[in-house]
Design a protein. Sequence first.
Length: 104
Amino acid sequence: MLTDNYSEAEIQALIALDEIASPFNNPNDAPHVRAPKNITEAQTYFRRFALKLAPAFQTLKSKGLVQETKGEFTLTQTGNKIADELRILRPPIYYWYRDFYFAV
């Protein structure tokens, strides 16, 4: 499975960058910041499970999945494809349910 190839921080970093670059709304998604403008807003996607992403960005950069320009990270073409797939596997509702069962 694709998620087995990346750490949770790497998955979150890819999804967060994808959310900023090309947000999409699914009416079944749990509430999170729609069309985030920065990483902090994008991380609402992960609810209480949001991780520190700085180390993950560096790892993804070395894997050729993100690029850095003037201190800002963006997805490469390959990174964008993987991030799109990860968003399908881990929609916001995935983290909503994790949060719900964590609280129970």
